[in-house]
Design a protein around this ligand. Structure first.
Ligand code: CTP
Ligand code: CA
Length: 238
């Protein structure tokens, strides 16, 4: 699949990309979810394929067409995403976690649709108990052990808060996750989710300064990500 103009600097590389957002079911008709469209992860997969990689895209509930030449594995929940990523990561050169993973899921799944009471005066609302989902990215880093493959890339959507600005929160997250590259998105309520342009910071544990890209569209962000990965593949961390 020769693509016009794109450098073939990922030729022969096997890459796995997650995209979209997980949904955690409450009952057969309801779920807890998030606003991730999947556009950024799909752009990451599309650009990798254009640069010659063999691409597997694990797609959580993204309503987008499969990019040319990309094999798509659909998943719904965080636990399904974890299983698909763990299987696909074995033997891959690069893994990119672009999906928004629900941090929590309902503790119990109700097999039948949850109904409200129709008794007069009975207006209590149910309380939904949540449990933590596994950290898929941190697990992939843990499974890699002392080796340096696959190269592992995380994303972080940060707004900045009282404890720190976007860059310092991202630096702390990079250290916590232990991945090789963190792509930190600056987000607000109307920024990034579903938007066509955003500003990102590319952070590496072996580099003090972040590289800032944008405001740029998701293809440009994806290209910058793969530039960093090509560099990481050429010079494995010691
Ligand atoms: N991630 C993951 N598994 C989770 C949560 C997040 O693999 N259970 C991945 C995301 O795909 C992303 C990165 O971790 O690549 C950062 O996600 P983010 O939600 O920003 O990080 P969290 O560790 O969940 O921290 P926060 O409390 O800020 O949400
Ligand atoms: Ca989270």
């Amino acid at each position: 699949l020769e693509s016009t103009g794109a450098p073939q600097d990922l030729a022969g590389r096997s890459v796995v990309v997650s995209a979209g957002g997980t949904r955690e079911p409450l009952d057969p008709v309801r779920f807890l979810g998030n606003r991730s469209s999947g556009k950024q992860g799909y752009a990451v997969a599309r650009v990798a394929a254009a640069r010659g990689a063999v691409v597997r895209l694990v797609s959580a509930n993204a309503d987008l067409p499969a990019p040319d030449g990309v094999q798509v594995t659909p998943v719904e929940t965080a636990l399904e995403l974890q299983q698909a990523m763990t299987e696909a990561a074995a033997g891959a050169d690069v893994v990119v976690m672009a999906a928004a993973v629900a941090d929590f899921r309902p503790a119990v799944y109700q097999d039948a649709k949850i109904k409200k009471s129709h008794e007069p005066g009975a207006e209590q609302a149910p309380v939904v108990e949540l449990v933590r989902n596994p950290d898929i990215l941190a697990g992939l880093v843990r499974d890699r052990g002392e080796g340096d493959r696959p190269v592992i890339v995380g994303f972080a959507a940060e707004t900045g808060d009282a404890t720190g600005d976007v860059l310092s929160l991202a630096r702390a997250k990079l250290a916590r996750k232990g991945c090789d590259l963190l792509v930190a998105n600056e987000v607000g309520r109307s920024l990034a989710f579903g938007q066509d342009e955003n500003t990102v910071h590319l952070l590496r544990p072996d580099r003090e300064e972040a590289r800032t890209v944008g405001p740029a569209d998701k293809e440009v962000v994806a290209a910058a990500l793969w530039d960093e990965v090509v560099n990481l593949l050429a010079t494995p961390p010691t």
